[in-house]
Design a protein around this ligand. Structure first.
Ligand SMILES: Cc1cc2nc3c(=O)[nH]c(=O)nc-3n(C[C@H](O)[C@H](O)[C@H](O)COP(=O)(O)OP(=O)(O)OC[C@H]3O[C@@H](n4cnc5c(N)ncnc54)[C@H](O)[C@@H]3O)c2cc1C
Length: 309
């Protein structure tokens, strides 16, 4: 992902790819039954099918307390009712992982993840316009008496939070690797542009480059640390939150720095559209959970460790 960004891939496309791989394929390969695997994995892996993860609701995505999408067990399967929003890839998705409340009395342990085919009766997907990442299609997902089969639960009934955490461990760790590469790509292009106009003699300019490099290097360390844990089979939610928070802030700061450095040229969109890059990166502060949500996770872990006897 980092190399794709470094090579100049569009941030929206990188985001869509990351949402497919880490939001959908990763939790599927970890939690799917053999028959779910046989149905979905070949197409998702060769790219002939597109996946999405539908969790956020119009009333707010930071907390599950108010999650209203309901799953009812009926003869021969389940009925889903509710709405999801800001779902990356939804307009193109062939399959969606949908988090719904199956056991209202059990709080967070009453959520179940469902594998919902686009063709499920009662499912409607509406594309939505966004101010950044135009290359990542985004949509609302509405379920009205949406019928899915008995074999549609991903993981155990009531274990939806566990499946969601699995998706977040992968998404928060890896989705922004492409943006890290894209920031390095933009830094290099800004350096060439400023050298061409003899602007690298100003310390104010060179120090800005130094700070950009430092932020990206620090983010890369945390990201690779969390990625190594995934490689070792550990879905470490704190390491993922740290990687996501620091990387998102680093790529936003870098996009702003590039806009400052390129000044009028960046505003005009040549040699690169610095203003669009700011809008594209801003979304990373909210996607896969806002910075406040990541800080909550990091604080919980930090205090638990600090208070050990
Ligand atoms: C580019 C992009 C891609 C996305 N892709 C997807 C996707 O594929 N699937 C999907 O389901 N969603 C997706 N989202 C939605 C994203 O997960 C939500 O935007 C995010 O979870 C925040 O929810 P919200 O926007 O409803 O803000 P809210 O939850 O309404 O939060 C508003 C503010 O209050 C703070 N806040 C609220 N509650 C709490 C709390 N309990 N603890 C700490 N702070 C809190 C938030 O930090 C924020 O500052 C995407 C968003 C973006 C920007």
């Amino acid at each position: 992902m980092e190399a794709l960004g470094h090579g100049g891939a569009d941030r929206g496309w990188l985001f869509a790819l990351g949402a497919h791989w880490f939001g959908c394929c990763a939790p599927l390969s970890r939690h799917a039954t053999p028959s779910q695997r046989a149905t979905w994995e070949p197409g998702l892996h060769d790219g002939s099918l597109v996946g999405a993860l539908a969790v956020t609701e119009p009333s707010g995505g930071s907390s599950f307390d108010g999650m209203a999408t309901a799953a009812r067990h009926v003869d021969g399967g389940f009925r889903l009712d509710g709405s999801k929003t800001l779902v990356t890839n939804a307009p193109d998705a062939d399959v969606l992982l949908v988090l719904a409340r199956q056991f209202p009395e059990r709080g967070p342990l009453g959520l179940t993840m469902f594998v919902v085919p686009r063709t499920a009766p009662g499912l409607t997907i509406r594309p939505i316009a966004t101010t950044g990442l135009p290359g990542a299609p985004m949509g609302d997902v509405v379920m009205q008496d949406c019928h899915i089969g008995l074999d549609a639960t991903l993981g155990a009934p009531g274990a939806g939070l566990r499946v969601f955490q699995s998706a977040m461990a992968w998404e928060r760790t890896l989705l922004l690797a492409g943006f890290l590469g894209a920031a390095e790509h933009d830094l290099a292009r800004a350096a060439h542009a400023l050298a061409d106009r003899n602007a690298l003699g100003h310390q104010a300019v060179t120090h800005r480059f130094a700070r950009m490099h430092l932020r990206l290097a620090a983010a890369r360390h945390l990201l690779h640390d969390a990625a190594r844990k995934l490689d070792a089979g550990r879905e470490d939610i704190t390491a993922a939150a740290m990687a996501k928070l620091v990387t998102s802030e680093a790529v936003v700061e870098c996009a702003r720095d590039v806009a400052h450095l390129l000044a009028g040229a960046g505003w005009r969109g040549a040699p690169l559209d610095a203003v669009a890059a700011v809008a594209d990166t801003m979304g990373t502060l909210f996607a896969s959970g806002t910075s406040e949500v990541q800080l909550d996770l990091i604080a919980r872990h930090t205090l638990a460790v600090a208070r050990r006897p």
